[in-house]
Each structure stands twice: as C-alpha cells, then as structure tokens.
Design a protein around this ligand. Structure first.
Ligand SMILES: [Cu+2]
Length: 504
C-alpha cells in the first residue's frame, strides 16, 4: 500500500484549489475549525448515549416495506433527503455537501469556489473518499454513520435508522427498492433519480454474478495475505464497485464524484457495512495494526460540528456507534474483534508466480485476449499436473496488476480463462472467472489491482480436457452496455492492465 502517496496525489484530481493556496494554508494548519470527539448515539435529536432506548437497529428495506411502521421509516428517509436537498451547498449538512465528502462534483465548481476556505480545505483534504486502500471499510462506516444522524434530524423522526438494501442474499430483492423508482419523478420523489443504469428504474433485477459476495467471504484475512487480496479489498471490488457501475450506467452512481448524490448510494454502503459485520460474525478478525487503528477521520454531525473519530472506534458498531443490524448474531454485537497482536497490514506470506503476461494491455470494447507464459522457475512448461485435481488444493490466484485509468469507464468487465475465440461471453461457467468494475481512479500515477481465486475453475478445465496444464489465456471483455438496442457504445476511456499473472 502506498497510502500516503495516494492521499497526497489525490489533490491533483480534485483540482479546485490552487496548490499554492492549499499548501500555504495547510502548512499553517490553522484554517481548520476545531473539531471535537463525536458524541455517541446521535446528539440532540437522538437518545444521547443510546442506552436508554437500546442499540439502534438498521433494517432491511424490503422488510420495512411490508409494514406500516416500516414504510414510515422509508418515508422519513424521503423527507430527510428532501430537507437536505433544500439546503445550500455551504451548509455542511446539505445533500450536495455530504455527497462532496465522497468526492466534489465538478458541476459544483462555482459553489465550491464560494465556500469558506476551511470548507474548501476540508473537501480537498486527503482524509476523504477512501477507496483502494484498507481504510475503505472504516471510512465509509463513519461516513454513513454521520449521514444517518443528519437524516435523523432532518427527517424529524427521532428513531430513524438508515435501511440497508440486501441485494445479496435473496433473488427477490435484487430490484432497486420500489420507493426509489416510484413515483418516477424527481420533483415528486426525493429518492428518485433519472440518471441510473439501463433497467434499474423499471425494476430489472441485478444479475446474480453482479451481487455475488462469495469471493469476499472466501477471504479469511482482513488485509492482503500472500497471493490473496483480503476481505477489505475484495468486498470493495465485489460487490461494491460492480453495484456502483450497474446502478449508475452513464449516470450518478458509476462516478465517485456524483455517486453519493443518488439516495440509493447510502443504502448500498449500509449493506456493504452490514456485510462487514457478517464477515466478522464468522469470527474473522479485523486489522489490528496500530497505525491503521489510530488514524483520525473528520466528519460533520447533525448540528454542523466538525467531529473526529479514529478507525479503532468503529471496529465494532455497538459500543461506540450505537447501532447494529437486524440480522446481527455472533460476536459483532458489542465485541471488538481484532487480530492477534502482530498481524500486520501486509502479511508476508511468500508467493510463487506460475505464469505472467509479457507487457501491458489496453482494454477495448471488443475485448482482449492475453497470453500468459509459464514462469520457468515454477517447474517447467506444464503449470499443473493434469492427472491429479488435488494438485490445486492450494489456492491459485489470477491477478490483474497495475491497472491504470483516469476517467471512470462506467463499465463492468467479465474475465474468462482459456475461452476459445468467440466463446468468452454470457458468463459461460466453463470459462468464466469473475467480474470487475474500475470505479475510483487511482491517483497521480498510482495503480490498483484485482485478484480472483481460479483454483476451482482450473481444476474443472483440466478434468473437462479444456486446459492441458500449459500456458493460459485470459480474456477481458466489457459487458455490452444494455442501453437502448441499436445505440452504439462509444469507445472506452483509456484503461490499461499492466500485468496479468497467476500466483499461489
Ligand atoms: Cu461506494
């Protein structure tokens, strides 16, 4: 991880502030309003400590829609969003300011220029919008938590909690929740946005591959370990990124600078947060690295106060943040789960490379096929014995490294292994590896990577005689934009994969 480099470089993309002004004020370190440790439970409009009413419960929106009481919760969200939308950008509890915490929207540049300098500094500062690093989960947990408190106050409903959209566990719940598409009018329905992907506003369910959490839940380590990316990064890749791109199409959710302007953003992130608690509930420990846990993040509470919180304080949701999910079981309820001391952020498990591509490849609408050659040291031209399937008891991971792009491609890519020409499509299980959807552009020459466990697929291909154990071909094919039939998709924004490799 090159987190600090990553953070500093982020300023260049935001680009709203001159570097001289920013450098000067930041160097003085005085333009910031004083921030205070956040009070748990929700401040003035909440229950104070929260213990009087018990821990707040965040509920499944499909279940809420079944009861009058539940529908009142959804209605409170609509009321709160509408009230926040009526506030000016300069109000830190407004809809657009809250969305700008994720990443300022270039369309708001003139409003941004009129903000007090301390707010400009806040939005331009490096502690915002944490993606592609291990702070992704805790940062978004805090972001959603303070947003929920702001909605609670704006809605006037003292027991408001943010619903989550569980697109993951039940195929009946994969359509965008009704309240977000009906009435289909932005003026009549504060939860509706026209700028969404094809079929989303008509209730077309997301496909099962897009919502899959199995890759993330197969991770047993929070941080990268050996060849594996770890849970924190895997859940960001899938389903988080994929859902963003599927919901957004060419609209709001597929670009980090506009994503949080769609009210469904918050229910999506609430679900990602819930999935984190589910993973912990399996007894999986969080990262215990001291520098990681000690990191301070700043947000705004419902009264417009700047508040700060460390990563350590949000490692469980109950003790400090006073909420849990309606499906909570197991140790996430009130127990801080940390790995044993000494579990670092980068686990030093040695890996060996079995095969690798020769050079970088630029992705295209037509799809690309990349040949990987066996690495000689791995033991000759044959990577795998073709006779014993249990040769692959150890996981084999396909990595796409050094991925670079400046503009979000708003595209989901399908990855295949050893598919004969013309057959890399329709997620054919004989060849299908998985999906990825580049979402947050890496900053300033930084790159990011994706990883897929292909052990099972290679075993099946060997058994079926599809693969002979020698060199491997990897196909990367963009999903056809399911837009109006007959409308030709434009070229992809430039996106390159620096290296494709197979490791274990
Ligand atoms: Cu997100």
């Amino acid at each position: 991880m090159t987190s600090d480099h990553h953070d500093n470089a982020r300023l260049s993309r935001r680009g709203f502030l001159g570097t001289a002004a920013l450098g000067g004020a930041a160097a003085l370190g005085m333009a910031f309003p004083a921030s205070v440790p956040a009070q748990p439970g929700g401040g003035s409009s909440g229950s104070g400590t929260g213990t009087a009413q018990g821990t707040r419960v965040r509920r499944n929106i499909y279940a809420l829609a079944q009861t009058a009481e539940g529908r009142a919760m959804i209605e409170a969200y609509r009321t709160g969003v509408k009230a926040m939308m009526a506030k000016p950008y300069s109000d830190v509890t407004s809809w657009r300011f809250q969305a700008a915490i994720h990443l300022p929207n270039p369309a708001d540049a003139s409003d941004f220029a009129n903000l007090p300098v301390e707010l400009q500094l806040y939005l331009d500062r490096a502690n915002l919008c944490q993606h592609r690093n291990l702070r992704f989960l805790p940062w978004h947990r805090m972001y959603v938590y303070f947003f929920e408190r702001i909605v609670r106050k704006a809605s006037g409903k003292a027991d408001f909690t943010l619903p989550y959209w569980n697109y993951t566990d039940s195929s009946a719940e994969r359509a965008l929740p009704e309240a977000f598409r009906n009435p289909a009018s932005e003026s009549a329905n504060a939860l509706f946005r026209s700028a969404r992907g094809p079929g989303i506003n008509t209730g077309t369910p997301l496909d099962s591959a897009s919502v899959s959490t199995s890759a993330a839940f197969n991770e047993t380590s929070a941080a990268p370990a050996g060849a594996r990316p770890g849970f924190y990064q895997e859940i960001e890749s899938q389903p988080h990124n994929i859902i963003h791109v599927m919901l957004g199409g060419d609209g709001l959710m597929s670009d980090p600078a506009t994503a949080a302007l769609d009210p469904i953003f918050w229910l999506h992130h609430c679900n990602i947060d819930r999935l984190w608690t589910r993973w912990n509930a399996r007894g999986r420990p969080n990262i215990s690295d001291g520098a990681f846990l000690g990191r301070v993040h700043r947000f705004w509470d419902e009264d417009g106060n700047l508040v700060e919180m460390t990563t350590r304080e949000v490692m469980d949701t109950v003790t400090r943040l006073d909420y849990r999910y309606d499906d909570a079981t197991g140790p996430e309820a009130g127990e801080v789960i940390l790995a044993n001391a000494g579990t670092g952020v980068e686990a030093g498990v040695p890996v060996s490379e079995l095969a690798a591509s020769l050079g970088p490849v630029t992705l295209s609408r037509q799809g690309v096929s990349i040949e990987t050659q066996p690495v000689v040291e791995a033991g000759g031209p044959e990577l795998f014995a073709t006779t014993t399937a249990d040769q692959l008891a150890e996981p084999v991971v396909l990595r796409l490294d050094d991925i670079r792009f400046d503009t979000p491609p708003r595209t989901v890519f399908e990855v295949y292994l050893n598919a004969p020409e013309g057959s890399a499509r329709d997620m054919d299980p004989a060849y299908f590896v998985g999906l990825f959807a580049p979402f947050t552009p890496p900053e300033g020459g930084d790159t990011y990577d994706e990883a897929f466990d292909v052990s099972g697929l290679i075993n099946r291909q060997i058994q079926a005689g599809i693969y002979d154990g020698g060199s491997l071909d990897v196909q990367i094919v963009p999903r056809a934009p399911a837009a109006d039939p007959g409308v030709e998709a434009g070229p992809l924004p430039e996106i390159t994969v620096g290296r494709v490799s197979l490791i274990r």
